[in-house]
Each structure stands twice: as structure tokens, then as C-alpha cells.
Design a protein. Structure first.
Ligand SMILES: [Zn+2]
Length: 323
């Protein structure tokens, strides 16, 4: 028993030293660790389950066993410290490089800077499949029509600080090349982000769809100034009073009303037009614009006078268009 006590005392001292050396190792006291180690020592001496446990508490730990436990404990402390340092490094790397990672359409966090504001937004600067683009020189072919399957749906309106976004309940989808994409939300830009043969439009609505594998397909509906639009008015009627607080009216909207009669389109591969500017987005830009009244366009303009990313280099991308 005396040997064991001496052993435990030595063990405690070494543990205290090791705790001091790895000062930020949290919570457990050295005494706790000693107690744990003694327990573990016991179980190590009786590795096979079901074997008789008699007299196990009597045998003192040998110096070798104590040394082995200390070695194990020190290794665990070193490992925990390395893990903690790695975690801190990762956290630091994920921190925005400049100015808090907020982005905007103008000023010091404007589009030219997006790719530098966060490492995960690098594609905004370095990507070669970025959107929007000036749509021109499309290859005219017989494009498969987009099969729109939209139905009256509940929705909520969100002012997310960059645009007015309408989140739509599940049940709306498009199908193209055998792939079904579910409508997630739509939102607006003023002026239109995309241009067609150099021509811009007053606004554009982007209808964002996602397939089961997470692939995005965005239908762009260009908006000209003209007569008032019923669905857009419904959205404006339900603008929330505060940013980031969605308003969920009892009414339903039917997205078919947002589509022009003619459904010819341009299509190309591009990206999200806001950070993180992720690529691999299938763009479907309907050729025929719809109309909203000057008053309706002005209402959006009071919230977002300019929320369009500048045109991006097309890098010789293929653009196809319906005949
Ligand atoms: Zn958009």
C-alpha cells in the first residue's frame, strides 16, 4: 500500500507539471485524472470481460504502469493541444479577410472586392463562369421548351438587405432535359443584371430552382416599364416593415402570372450573381420581357435603387437560344 501511495503522489506531481505545461487544457483537475488513471490501470490489468475481478484493488501499480499511464496522458494532452491549435488556425482562416465580410453593390465592399472579402467568395474574382453576362451571339437551335409546373402557393416576403426575396412553399417546379428543379424563391434586381445584345431592362426577376442533387437552375424574367403587374403588386403589398423579418400573408400567388406568354429563351452556364458567386448554375433567360408600371418599379427603387452586379466576362462561353 505504501508503494502505491508513493506512486500516486509521484503521478500527481507529474500530472500537475503536465497540466501547467499545457495550461489551457480545460476542466478536469489533476486529482480527477489520477483517479481516472488508477481506474483505467485496474481495467487494464483485467482486460478480458467476465474474468474474475477478485483482489484487483489490492495489487499496487508498478512504476512501469504509472510511467505508461503518464506517457499516455501526456500524449493525449499533446494531441488535444494540437487539435485546439488547428481549430484556432481554421477559425482564423475562415474570418473575413477585410471589413467583416459584408458585401454591397457600391463602395468599399462593392462587386470588385467581393472575391477578397472572404476566402469562400474567391470565385467572385477568379471564376470564369460568372454571371451576369451580356447575352449575344447565341447559337440558334430548337431548344426543348422548359416545362413549367407552377401552381397557387403560399409565400413569404423577405427584405434580406440586398433585395426583396419571395420564398415560395414547395410544389412548384420546372423540368428540363429530364431533370426536375423545384422552385425555392424568387427575387428582383434593378436594373436587370443581364443584358441582351448590350440592352438592359428596368428590372429582372430571378426564379431560383434546385434539383434533388442541389444543382441550381435560375429562370430570369426581364421586366420592362409599362402596365402594372398583378403579382408584383401582391408582393409589394406584403413588403415587410423590417429587414430580415419575413412577412407571411394568408394569400397565395401563382407564379404562372410572372411568366411571359412566349417562352423562348437563352441558356448558358453561369453563377450566382451574389457572393459566394458559386458556379455550375444553369441560366434560362426568357427572351420576352414582362411589364411592371413605373410606379411599381419606383417602389422597388426606393428600397434598392441599384442592386445589379456588373457584367462579367463570358470567356467565350457557349450561349444557346431558341429559334
Ligand atoms: Zn438574382
Amino acid at each position: 500500500m505504501r508503494d502505491m501511495r508513493i506512486g500516486v503522489v509521484v503521478f500527481l506531481c507529474v500530472l500537475c507539471l503536465s497540466q501547467a505545461a499545457f495550461a489551457r487544457e480545460p476542466q478536469k483537475s489533476a486529482a480527477d485524472w489520477a483517479a481516472d488513471a488508477v481506474m483505467k490501470g485496474d481495467s487494464r490489468r483485467n482486460p478480458q470481460a467476465g474474468k474474475a475481478q477478485d483482489a484487483k484493488d489490492e495489487r499496487p501499480l508498478t512504476n512501469d504502469e504509472i510511467a505508461a499511464m503518464i506517457k499516455t496522458r501526456l500524449a493525449a494532452l499533446r494531441k488535444a493541444r494540437a487539435a485546439r491549435l488547428a481549430e484556432e488556425r481554421n477559425k482564423a482562416a475562415a474570418e473575413p479577410v477585410v471589413r467583416g465580410g459584408h458585401w454591397s453593390y457600391e463602395g468599399e465592399n462593392g462587386p470588385e472586392q467581393w472575391g477578397r472579402l472572404k476566402p469562400e467568395w474567391a470565385a467572385c474574382a477568379s471564376g470564369q463562369r460568372q454571371s451576369p453576362i451580356d447575352i449575344r451571339d447565341g447559337i440558334k437551335v430548337d431548344l426543348e421548351p422548359v416545362a413549367f409546373d407552377y401552381r397557387p402557393s403560399r409565400f413569404n416576403v423577405l427584405d434580406n438587405g440586398h433585395t426583396v426575396q419571395v420564398n415560395v412553399d414547395p410544389g412548384n417546379s420546372i423540368t428540363l432535359t429530364g431533370r426536375r428543379y423545384e422552385l425555392v424563391q424568387f427575387h428582383f434586381h434593378r436594373p436587370s443584371e443581364e443584358k441582351v445584345n448590350g440592352r438592359g431592362f428596368e428590372m429582372v426577376a430571378h426564379l431560383v430552382h434546385k434539383d434533388a442533387g442541389g444543382r441550381l437552375a435560375v429562370v430570369a424574367v426581364l421586366i420592362d416599364s409599362g402596365t402594372a403587374h398583378g403579382l408584383i403588386q401582391t408582393v409589394w403589398n406584403n413588403l415587410p416593415l423590417e429587414k430580415h423579418e419575413p412577412l407571411a400573408p394568408l394569400a397565395a400567388i401563382d407564379l404562372n402570372q410572372l411568366l411571359p406568354e412566349r417562352r423562348e429563351y437563352y441558356t448558358y452556364m453561369g453563377s450566382l450573381t451574389t457572393p459566394p458567386c458559386s458556379e455550375g448554375v444553369l441560366w434560362i433567360v426568357l427572351k420576352a420581357p414582362i411589364q411592371a408600371s413605373p410606379q411599381q418599379i419606383a417602389i422597388f427603387g426606393r428600397l434598392y435603387p441599384m442592386n445589379a452586379r456588373p457584367l462579367q466576362d463570358s470567356f467565350g462561353r457557349m450561349i444557346k437560344e431558341s429559334n
